[in-house]
Design a protein around this ligand. Structure first.
Ligand code: FPP
Length: 249
């Protein structure tokens, strides 16, 4: 079948999608492969999903790639993931740049080894004027840690308690200036938040799927967006009266 060339039209398009890319290890185990093969396949899939987001017209994509808790994994897996990040930064950034992707980092950059920090800063600098898709890479990121970091900055700036509003907190998070995610996707059947964007996802729609991350391709993303399109977001408000009428019997 020829590849679909025209981008699908959705009734409602989320401006910001965030993804917990889970299940690389199980994908590899199911094939009797080492875990790193799963992470490499997950990285390949990430390329597909970035391309799909550009095609669909998504403005912001945030991916959970390495959490502040992932340091607890065996040393060889941690090093393997750092190696993948280094390779991606070296080899993939020119193509991302061509696609109009602006790369950003969220998390504790200063705790990464200086060479990785340098590569990340270079990639951010190279893509800073791109406007098609803003890609936030959460690397050494934790939601609680982000909030602590924001509080430390607020205190250091001497902002008085009465002046600390929700906007002030949002403005001190790593995601400052970026709208909150509309849709958060978690693959691999786990139904947990796992410390991801805990402030920003307060009103997000969540989508959980059993599909393992390396298998979550463009069609799966399309399905998740269609599911999102059909939802009625109320932000704590009410359903329209006529919708409640259905329950009147
Ligand atoms: C979760 O699967 C996945 C991760 C902890 C790593 C995600 C990283 C990538 C896809 C690498 C590419 C990212 C960048 C930005 C270079 P898991 O290992 O927890 O899977 P399991 O639960 O099946 O064991």
């Amino acid at each position: 079948m020829p590849k679909e060339t025209k981008a699908p039209q959705f009734e409602k398009l989320p401006a910001h999608i965030a993804i917990i890319m889970d299940g690389n290890g199980r994908w590899a185990t199911a094939r009797r492969l080492p875990r790193m093969a799963g992470h490499r396949a997950g990285t390949e899939n990430l390329r597909r999903i970035i391309k799909a987001c550009v095609r669909f017209g998504i403005n912001y994509l945030t991916i959970y790639a390495f959490s502040t808790e992932n340091w607890k994994r065996p040393e060889d897996e941690v090093q393997g993931l750092m190696q993948i990040m280094g390779d991606v930064l070296e080899k993939e950034v020119p193509e991302l740049n061509e696609q109009g992707v602006q790369l950003r980092h969220i998390g504790r950059l200063e705790q990464l080894d200086p060479r990785t920090q340098k590569k990340i800063r270079k990639a951010i600098d190279m893509t800073r004027d791109n406007k098609r898709l803003i890609l936030n890479v959460a690397w050494n990121y934790g939601g609680r840690d982000e909030i602590v970091h924001a509080m430390q900055k607020i205190a250091a700036e001497g902002i008085k308690p009465d002046n600390i509003t929700q906007k002030v907190v949002s403005d001190h998070l790593y995601t400052t200036g970026i709208p909150d995610p509309d849709l958060v996707i978690r693959t691999s059947g786990e139904i947990r938040v796992s410390n991801f964007l805990i402030w920003q996802s307060a009103y997000a729609e969540w989508y959980f799927t059993d599909t393992l991350w390396p298998d979550f391709g463009e069609d799966s993303l399309k399905k998740a967006i269609e599911d999102f399109s059909a939802r009625n977001r109320r932000y704590g408000g009410r359903k329209p009266a006529e919708e409640n009428e259905k329950y009147a019997g």
